[in-house]
Design a protein around this ligand. Sequence first.
Ligand SMILES: *Cc1c(COP(=O)(O)O)cnc(C)c1O
Length: 366
Amino acid sequence: MSKSEVNSSSLSRVERLIREQVLGLKAYQIADATGMIKLDAMENPYTWPDELRQQWLKRLEQAELNRYPDPKCTQLSETIRQVFGVSKDKQVLLGNGSDELIQIIINAVAKPGATVMSFSPGFVMYEFIAIYNRLQYAAVPLSADFDIPLAETLAQIARYQPAVIFIAYPNNPTGNLFDQKAIRTIIESAPGLVVIDEAYTSFAKTSFLEQLDNYENMLVLRTLSKMGLAGLRLGYLIGAAAWLDQLDKVRLPYNINILTQISAQFALENKSVLDSQTDLICQQRERLYQDMKKIDSLSIYQSQANFLMFRTAPGQAAKIHQRLLEQQVLIKNLSPAGGSLADCLRVTVGTEDENRLFLAALAKSL
Ligand SMILES: *Cc1c(COP(=O)(O)O)cnc(C)c1O
């Protein structure tokens, strides 16, 4: 067989063996950020003071890399409970990013024909993970102001009887908080689980955590990523033991590696540093919003997260995105998704310097 014959026969074998849903998926695209002012992924732009960094490295010296990590993350779970005020009668489940917890939840409810529901535009991983687990995915389109259309949502719940509904609060990529009363009505009407995804809770300063006692079918999902620890990959899910005991069975053992356990423990012991960075980001968000509002050809949406979504003049988003790239500024072009995201771009709030450079580059790109 010639080399090209080998290649084509292994290609057809790939197509024969790999599930159709997987062949049909488009790989999650991550832009190359080398040398860029990186404002595309909702990362915290600040690093730690030198002294704190040194203390952290000291702590890492204790890591026994030859041993498996604590499979239950006993100490870290306890720290998370204390730091975020999780009551004793609730359980905490840790994931390799909240993405993994979304996967665990969907895996656990993935009966044939089950439906995962969320909103559009919304966080793409709910759909991604639902599809590759062979579940149905139903997205309810948000209203023109990106809030929940309650009557329509209740009708879709009645129709699909979703096993799980994901509600991002605040929403990504739009940045707004949905109406709380609408969310409560959804939880009360849902036949299955409702997961409140609070990835941006530290910037929004509001939460459904306190509501856990009122709703036995609700879980609260959070992550350390957006508050400054994206590199560690640590998410946590909070809820009643009745749910989390089942979900824990789907989790792979040792899913949180030892470096993450030690580093997250250390970071949360020094959470005040992260908190002041969060405050700074919130201040900068308001400033950036006001500055962008002055630009006639753009409409900026209010955000309770660490990013701002904005709409360009019709057909201009790709050009503006490209011109920013040429000036070494990387933001997210949402426009290819179409629908209500047509002409939309999303910028993560950076440091004061980064935001200034972004604004200058943006002015030259319009
Ligand atoms: C970023 C994000 C996540 C994923 O966070 P990781 O913990 O980094 O996996 C989950 N949900 C929403 C809404 C997000 O924006």
